[in-house]
Design a protein around this ligand. Structure first.
Ligand code: GAL
Length: 436
């Protein structure tokens, strides 16, 4: 706290009434000085940066809180999560961290997180938030995080003009997808954009898995944790679809960050792309217009279903020295004005039920309305930390990636390996809080 130390030091060089006055003045200054919060997150792309800046600006202007940025690059937060763990272990925890999904339970039980119960009660989060989001941030009756945005993973983007020039309509099922892709390819247009970065491959796979299984079976697979479930023919079909989609991608499929894929898609290098809707934020930040220059629909076979990931910030408890600012931040982030401004930049939609969907774009409106239909249509993302613990997520990503890049690996081999991993992790407690 440099301000306070400075104040004490200077006050120590005075005398008499002047000293009392100076000390008082410095105390007032200190009390009024903006407090900084160290915020660890993984938002470093153009749109993610704009979204984070929207939050930082509002906190500075409305709450006099300085957002001290500790961004760790890397899509899906793979690097950020490791840095967060090592900072906590070495006693240099940030004040605020992008901590999402069932991990909140473990960190909460270790007493690492500030309880935001008062904020949640004052702001009436019980009524304002979608119930699934509410239960994601609640652990043993305590609110442990503030939700900022709701992402939809099962999104297929397309370039309307490229399709229209070929007399094609956006595909609603896999048979149509195959026809559209084949014709685009004949016309010399790459049908599908894709990177072979492991988490991006697995993000595509989970959408295909959901498309094959439907919500009920998808959730069962992750909740029941029965090794045999992974031998289901629907899992095999999802793997086979993943492999067969390769022929619509540029060969070889190289590893590129998702921002680079977004830029290439924006240039018109491919006609379709399956990716979470942070991609929409990125395309808009590059100046593309939703519904005209690009548009989105649900991945074939997942219409009316929401494969979700919710971004949340947890406040690290530490010595409770910044509790006031941490609570103020939580309050501000979940409030309606910032929910609208932030999510517009980020490509996600508000976590609240009480907004007017009319202010969202067409993709956002469909996401928000679909999610609002309740848990029967909601499926938690594996890769984006909603469905399992870190160990299971990392194992699925690794196996799916291996299968994707090496055509010698068979689907049954992957199924066998996943079943073995599930068996090995069966006694682990990490998966106990998978949403129903
Ligand atoms: C997700 C996260 C999003 C977005 C994306 C790409 O896990 O929820 O906010 O940042 O990764 O990094």
């Amino acid at each position: 706290m440099p301000v306070q130390m400075n104040a004490m030091g200077r006050a120590g060089n005075c005398w008499g009434r002047r000293c009392v006055f100076l000390t008082l003045l410095l105390c007032i200054n200190t009390a009024m000085a903006a407090q900084a919060l160290d915020v660890l997150h993984w938002w470093t792309s153009l749109s993610e940066r704009q979204a984070a800046d929207t939050l930082a600006r509002a906190l500075g202007e409305d709450d006099d809180i300085v957002w001290r940025d500790a961004a760790i690059p890397g899509g899906a937060g793979l690097g950020a999560f490791k840095v967060l763990k090592s900072r906590v272990l070495s006693g240099h925890a940030p004040d605020v961290a992008q901590l999402i999904g069932p991990t909140l339970t473990d960190w909460g039980e270790l007493g690492l997180l500030l309880e935001l119960d008062d904020v949640a009660a004052d702001e009436n989060w019980d009524d304002a938030l979608f119930p699934t989001i509410q239960s994601l941030i609640r652990v043993q009756g305590h609110t442990l995080a503030v939700p900022v945005g709701l992402h939809r993973i099962n999104t297929l983007y397309y370039r309307p003009q490229l399709l229209a020039e070929q007399g094609l309509r956006p595909p609603r099922n896999w048979a149509e997808f195959e026809r559209v892709a084949a014709q685009l390819q004949r016309a010399g247009i790459t049908p599908l954009a894709q990177s072979s970065e492991p988490w991006q491959v697995a993000t595509l796979f989970e959408a295909l898995l959901l498309s094959e299984t439907g919500v009920v079976h998808y959730k069962q697979l992750l909740q029941r944790r029965r090794p045999d479930d992974w031998f289901d023919p629907r899992v095999r079909r999802a793997l086979e679809r993943l492999r067969s989609l390769k022929r619509w991608m540029v060969q070889p499929v190289v590893q590129r960050s998702w921002e680079v894929v977004a830029r290439s898609f924006a240039r018109g290098d491919a006609a379709m792309w399956i990716m979470g809707d942070w991609a929409r934020g990125e395309l808009v930040s590059m100046g593309l217009d939703v519904d005209h220059e690009f548009a989105c629909i649900a991945v074939p076979g997942t219409q009316g279903v929401h494969l979700y990931s919710v971004d949340t910030f947890a406040m690290l408890a530490g010595n409770y020295g910044k509790q006031r600012e941490q609570e103020a931040m939580a309050r501000r982030l979940a409030g309606i004005p910032l929910q609208l401004a932030y999510n517009r930049a980020k490509g996600s939609v508000p976590v609240r039920r009480d907004i007017d969907p009319g202010v969202l774009d067409s993709c956002g409106r469909d996401s928000w309305r679909t999610f609002g239909r309740g848990s029967a249509v909601q499926a938690p993302s594996i890769v984006h930390r909603m469905a399992t613990d870190e160990a299971m997520k990392d194992a699925i990503i690794a196996q799916v990636y291996r299968y994707f890049i090496d055509d010698q690996v068979t689907a049954i081999e992957v199924q066998r390996r996943l079943a073995t991993i599930v068996r090995a992790l069966q006694n682990d407690t990490g998966n106990r809080r998978i949403p129903k």
